[in-house]
Design a protein around this ligand. Structure first.
Ligand code: ADE
Length: 245
């Protein structure tokens, strides 16, 4: 099955961009995913092709008009009725690897990219659009965020990454950062490779990697660590912990 990526944008020339090289490009040539861009401006009603207007209540910047957005989304839904529509916005739910996995397992995704101050808020409920952020940073538009979202999905598509794509040991897959990696030379500028990795003892290596993943997650990402520990103490199965008296 081909994963259908549809991008609604004012800058279609930004695509495929970095997805036109390497792994993602090969996967597209092999038909594992498809890319279609739709110019939002084509759905403007007036002869000036206006897509934005000043914010209600005043203030800086411009806002994408809800009527134009509705038309372009309806067009995209006609093309791919089963694909979720996701708007890239710093106000959205932070993107997670779990959501990426869900999307990659589905028929594709329609991504709405904003510019200016953002979208007229009414579009989200009015058209059932999910709002997603790629992090607590503000980009000049949703396009680079859309490229990130697609990159994360494409590498998980069946056959795209070969053996490496099992992904079970990757960062975030167990709710932890991945352990650190090393390769030759064994000695570089006075720095060595941890001895255990050269021991050939696979059980010991696995234990070291697990411990490093935990140590690094705890120090670098206390937020992830807390969630990981919470999930361990209170499993997702819903099994209740014994209440403390
Ligand atoms: N558009 C602008 N900033 C963004 C962000 N952090 N995530 C998603 N889309 C954006």
């Amino acid at each position: 099955m081909t994963f259908a990526a549809t991008i609604l944008t004012l800058y279609p020339e930004m695509f495929p961009g970095p997805l036109g090289v390497s792994l993602a490009n090969r996967a597209r040539e092999e038909g594992k995913w498809s890319l279609e861009t739709v110019q939002i401006r084509d759905f403007a009603a007036d002869r000036h092709k206006t897509v934005d207007d000043t914010p209600a209540g005043g203030g800086a910047g411009m806002v994408l008009r809800v009527d134009v957005l509705a038309k372009v989304i309806d067009h995209a839904r006609g093309l791919h009725p089963d694909c979720p529509v996701i708007a890239m916005t710093p106000r959205g739910t932070p993107l997670t690897q779990a959501r990426v996995r869900e999307l990659a397992a589905g028929p594709g995704v329609t991504v709405l990219c904003g510019r200016f101050e953002g979208f007229d808020e009414r579009i989200f409920e009015g058209r059932g659009v999910e709002e997603v952020s790629i992090g607590d940073i503000v980009l000049s538009g949703g396009e680079p965020a859309a490229l990130m979202l697609l990159d994360a999905c494409i590498r998980l598509l069946p056959g795209v990454m070969g053996a490496a794509s099992s992904g079970a040991e990757e960062s975030f897959e167990q709710g932890l950062l991945e352990y650190p990696h090393y390769t030759r030379p064994a000695l570089w500028e006075g720095r060595t490779i941890p001895e255990v990795l050269r021991s050939g003892d696979h059980a010991k290596i696995a234990a070291w990697r697990k411990s490093m993943a935990e140590v690094d997650t705890r120090s670098r990402r206390p937020d992830l660590w807390e969630r990981h520990e919470g999930a361990r103490v209170q499993p997702a199965s819903g099994a209740r912990q014994k209440k403390k008296d």
